[in-house]
Write a protein that binds this ligand. Structure first.
Ligand code: NAG
Length: 707
């Protein structure tokens, strides 16, 4: 009997069960090896990818074990089809693994500058500090091109340089802030402008100078090559038009100008003559000489320093249809374009990665389902995670989840449009992320039924105006979206222009539920820009520098958004049964004054504002109407009504506590309950999650009024 059983198993096994295979990859390995045991690793990730097709490996569960060290990709790691069983690229036993799109430059190739023509160009203070290397001597000849960036452009970087993981930047002037434009002799749409610095006498011998600025609006940045510098007239001529034209600037870091005096400021870069501080570099493309003032502790370079230059465009790319791949526990860095990209994918897991030092987005995956990005560190990129998927016509959810990530400083070169997180489509979930230090928006979304919850979002919009830390606009159809249980704070305005907001519902954006969030120290906490059917309830609004909540009725006064709104509406089956069952108010929009701010509700929130301004600011006249903004049962608190606002502890006390109990309004979300639940990044760089506790003893209860 026994041998019959064995025989049957023998027949069944290859069909029903897959085994688990490990492929080992080491920078010290050889692609001639089998890769199948730890003492015979292959050398490259691409060889491991090819082995996935070989018999004995194909159709099994595979772990591609990346062994410690720097794995420098020779070209984009490119996947062309789905795997039947999960394939996981991971750091072997949590070793420190860097997968890079670059190449290490041996530090012994760097010398001090001796060429007198170069020394004459350099500022005198940097002549003894700047080091140079002839890149072709290190085998590097692809310098990339100087390319445009800013205002939502997907950036492909030129050759960039990273010292011990820290990005260097092209030498610029001024080092901080901007110069104002003094006049625009060729008019708004010309290419000529003047300014008032004498520094420009240094610039006239530059080979490839560029300028970057907020040329017209303080929410739209743009870069352009300079075609001529006239240091007598203090006048620059750009090689191209800028996005919105040019205007005279009034930027003054010590005086925050308003809406009518925004834009018109710039800086110059890619200039050897401005290489004047640690961390700046310049590459002379005509001869391959790279000059850098090393941003190391010693200010120089020795054998312990890692100098990497970026060479390939995307690190990892996946074709339509690719699925069942996991990337776990390693660092992905130094590519000129995106970290992980693809369109039309399914079942991709990106977990505990450190994604940094890229030219564009860390993760950019469109039209895809069941994509999970979790517990990653993403920083020093141009954009964090951008994902969309699901089917809007049928309202089929994507199943995409972005959770427990730490994402910061993701607008490294350029500002606007390099969001920490961007989502679109249907049913994406963004939860438990820590998003901070953004030049512009932290979380931008579109589409339907997305959930954004338990995120910690702060210090966004720091170098721009007319910005929302959480931002969406110009859509009546994007219903079913919920923003709840988040802490959103320190979204202030430091630049001239229009207001910055914690949550910005721009240009008639409609149908959002904003609930159970805690807001503090923002310029405005929330605005409703003329949209409909938004519900704001159970939030704490503490200390706005302007007003807590601002609403307007812009659609009553201007039809400038009407065509966009109507086109979007007509492109979707908003009166179909599926849609009408879910969003009855949208289905009836045509007969309910579509351009009016109908059906917004603001109730059961707790407000406190030291600046004394009221609950809701009505920005346009004639909109204080219940059918537009139904504002009721909000509680006006005093500082004593919270446990310890200074320590982000907004638990209710005193009258607020009594009021909340009466109305069954739940306690505000705890600061320790937002942001990542587990340590982020690869094992070797994980840190414990900080816990905050209120230490101060609350003062006694004082009077508070129900408003
Ligand atoms: C804002 O701009 C300054 C340069 O003016 C830069 O140093 C800083 O990193 C930027 N902030 C963020 C959050 O990117």
């Amino acid at each position: 009997m026994a041998w019959v059983v064995v025989l049957c198993l023998g027949l069944l096994l290859p069909l029903g069960h897959s085994k688990t295979v490990h492929i080992y990859v080491s920078p010290k390995g050889s692609d001639g090896n089998s890769g199948l045991d730890i003492s015979h690793p292959v050398a490259t990730l691409d060889k491991a990818r090819q082995l996935l097709e070989s018999s004995g490996i194909k159709d099994n569960t595979v772990y591609v074990e990346l062994m410690g060290g720097y794995h420098n990709l020779q070209s984009t790691l490119h996947f062309t089809h789905a795997y039947s069983q999960p394939v996981t690229f991971r750091a072997y036993q949590d070793q420190e693994v860097h997968v890079t799109g670059g190449k290490k430059i041996p530090t012994n190739l760097f010398t001090h500058v001796t060429d007198s023509s170069v020394l004459n160009m350099l500022p005198s203070s940097s002549r003894s500090k700047v080091m140079q290397v002839h890149l072709p001597s290190a085998g590097v000849t692809d310098y990339g091109k100087m390319t445009n960036f800013g205002f939502y452009r997907s950036r492909t970087a030129w050759l960039e340089i990273f010292i011990n993981g820290e990005p260097a930047r092209l030498a610029q002037y001024p080092n901080e802030k901007f110069l104002n434009i003094n006049s625009v002799p060729g008019g708004r749409h010309g290419k000529v402008f003047t300014y008032s610095t004498h520094e420009d006498s240094r610039w006239v011998h530059e080979k490839e100078p560029w300028a970057y600025g907020f040329w017209y609006w303080s929410w739209a940045d743009d870069a352009a090559a300079i075609s001529h510098i006239d240091s007598h007239k203090h006048q620059i001529t750009l090689a191209n038009d800028t996005h919105y034209g040019l205007r005279v600037g009034h930027y003054d870091p010590n005086h925050l100008a308003g809406y009518y005096t925004q834009g018109g400021y710039f800086r110059v870069f890619n200039m050897l003559s401005e290489l004047d501080q640690p961390g700046e570099y310049y590459l002379d493309r005509s001869n391959g000489n790279l000059y850098i003032w090393p941003n190391t502790k010693t200010g120089t370079l020795d054998s312990s320093d890692d100098v990497t230059v970026s060479l390939i465009n995307d690190c990892i790319s996946m074709d339509r249809g690719v699925g069942n791949i996991n990337f776990v526990g390693f660092s992905l860095e130094a590519c000129r374009h995106e970290g992980i990209r693809g369109d039309g994918l399914h079942n991709i897991n990106i977990q505990n990665m450190d994604i940094q030092n890229l030219g564009s987005y860390g993760v950019h995956i469109t039209g895809s389902s069941n994509i999970i990005v979790s517990r990653c560190n993403i920083h020093s990129t141009n954009g964090g995670v951008a994902i969309n998927g699901g089917n809007q016509k049928t309202l089929t959810p994507s199943g995409n989840i972005i959770e427990d990530n730490h994402i910061w400083l993701v607008a490294r070169v350029g500002a606007v449009g390099y969001n920490a997180v961007s989502i679109g489509g249907v049913g994406n979930v963004v939860r438990y992320n820590h998003l901070h230090d953004g030049q512009y928006t932290g979380l931008m979304w579109g589409g339907n039924d997305n959930i954004m919850e338990y995120n910690h979002i702060h210090h966004m919009c720091v170098n721009t105006s007319d910005c929302g830390a959480v931002h969406a606009g110009r859509d009546w159809t994007a219903r079913g979206n919920v923003i709840r249980y988040n802490h959103i704070h320190h979204v202030l305005r430091h630049m001239p222009g229009a207001d910055n907001r914690g949550i910005m519902l721009d240009d008639q954006f409609s149908g959002v539920h904003i609930e159970h969030n805690v807001f503090y120290e923002n310029q405005y906490h929330v605005n409703i820009g003329g949209g409909r059917d938004n519900i704001i309830r159970y939030n704490v609004f503490y200390d706005a520098t302007s007003y807590p909540v601002n609403v307007d009725g812009r659609g009553l006064r201007s039809t400038s958004n009407q065509a966009t709104l109507q086109n979007k509406l007509k492109s979707l089956p908003y009166t179909s049964k599926t849609w009408a069952d879910k969003y009855p108010k949208l289905a009836a929009i045509d007969s309910h004054h579509p351009m009016a701010p109908m059906g917004n509700q603001i109730y059961d929130n707790v407000f406190y504002n030291a600046r004394g301004s009221s609950v809701v600011q009505y920005h346009t006249s004639g909109i204080i109407k219940r059918e537009y903004f139904d504002v009721h049962d909000n509680f006006k608190a005093s500082p004593a009504d919270f446990w310890s606002p200074r320590e982000y502890d907004f638990r209710f006390r005193c009258s607020a506590e009594t009021w909340a109990k009466q109305k069954s309004v739940p306690e505000p979300i705890d600061i320790n309950a937002v942001g990542p639940r587990q340590p982020t990044g690869p094992k070797y760089m994980q840190k414990a999650i900080p816990q905050r506790h209120s230490t101060s003893h609350p003062a006694s209860c004082s009077g508070s009024i129900v408003g």
